[in-house]
Ligand binder design. Structure first.
Ligand SMILES: Cc1cc2nc3c(=O)[nH]c(=O)nc-3n(C[C@H](O)[C@H](O)[C@H](O)COP(=O)(O)O)c2cc1C
Length: 307
């Protein structure tokens, strides 16, 4: 069985269905010594804001069973430095770039999207509506369908590239939020961001993160991501989904593709193995061949919904 790993994501052809998730691959520079950036499905950049952000105080990460907590707090150099430096570097390296945007208001998101419109190398934008590590919980737009939809509406007006809306699973009904952003014009969805968590050092009896709470990621959250992709794919068939959460192996990627994701993104897996994005794609190719699937898009038809 010959396998073609390339996929269509919102009209953009990706060489493989495996992307690097936002915030876990930097802006690609640190990883360029380990992987050919042009060979990846895509690189979702660290979320960029209008102004530079210094992030949250340290310690910002803590290891937990099967995952990690982080409260980086969206540290980034701001959109101007991003365009002049990191984005240029990624475009010259031939990477497929998904630019992740974060703002404090719909207007800020719109100004960011407008600033990036026409910048060479940006294939898609991802609207980060769901980072849990912010000081103001009002910035987690994806907990409110109307607020999330308003951001997407403004961004869609400001950009000519397809828009992915990144949602959180920290809600009662993720399908309601997904439906609202799709109706507002989102071309696709990224599911999921980290889940709000907390860990305490029982020796010092203090929180392990300086910000006290942080986002949980890694294999521990994969079942939540699989559930969200499955629920949303059932409710909104045909809407492209980038499954994100705990993908470390090709089998993990296959799990998300089977329940309806069009592509996957590897986040925490990059901290375990800097070649994770490449190796997940290689192993997924072997999985597809063994399953008799010619392409990643064939997997949902092979999913058996009944236990
Ligand atoms: C250290 C760290 C930083 C992150 N920064 C961002 C970010 O800037 N923007 C964003 O949308 N998601 C960010 N995320 C979330 C990831 O993109 C991803 O959605 C999440 O970690 C779940 O995937 P994983 O289990 O493969 O890590 C970050 C995650 C980690 C671990």
């Amino acid at each position: 069985m010959t396998v073609d790993l390339s996929v269509d994501l919102c009209g953009v052809r990706l060489k493989t269905p495996v992307l690097a998730a936002s915030g876990c691959f930097g802006f690609g520079r640190e990883m360029a010594g380990w992987v050919d950036l042009a060979a990846l499905g895509g690189i979702v950049t660290k979320s960029v804001s209008l102004e530079p952000r210094r992030g949250r105080p340290t310690p910002r990460t803590a290891e937990t069973p099967s995952g990690m907590l982080n409260a980086i707090g969206l540290q980034n150099p701001g959109v101007e430095a991003f365009c002049a430096g990191d984005l240029r570097f990624l475009a010259e390296a031939g990477a497929t770039v998904v630019a992740s945007l974060v703002g404090r208001s719909p207007d800020e998101f719109g100004r960011l999207a407008a600033r990036l419109d026409g910048e060479p190398g940006v294939a898609l934008v991802e609207v980060n509506l769901s980072c849990p590590n912010v000081e103001h919980r009002g910035e987690v737009f994806a907990t409110d369908p109307a607020a999330a939809a308003e951001v997407v509406r403004v961004v869609k007006r400001a950009t000519s590239v397809p828009v992915l809306a990144k949602l959180t699973a920290d809600v009662t009904d993720i399908v309601a939020v997904a439906r609202a952003v799709v109706e507002a014009g989102a071309d696709g969805l990224t599911l999921i961001n980290t889940l709000l968590g907390m860990a305490v050092d029982t020796r010092t009896r203090r929180p392990r993160l300086a910000a006290v709470t942080g986002g949980l990621s890694g294999p521990a959250i994969r079942p939540v991501a699989v559930r969200c992709v499955w629920q949303v794919a059932q409710a909104l068939p045909g809407v492209p989904i980038v499954g994100t959460g705990g993908v470390v192996t090709g089998d993990d990627a296959a799990e998300l593709l089977l329940v309806g994701a069009a592509a996957v993104a590897v986040g925490t897996g990059n901290f375990i193995n800097p070649r994770a994005v490449v190796e997940v794609a290689e192993s997924l190719e072997r999985y597809l061949a063994a399953a008799g699937a010619a392409a990643p898009a064939d997997l949902p038809a092979l999913f058996k919904a009944e236990r």
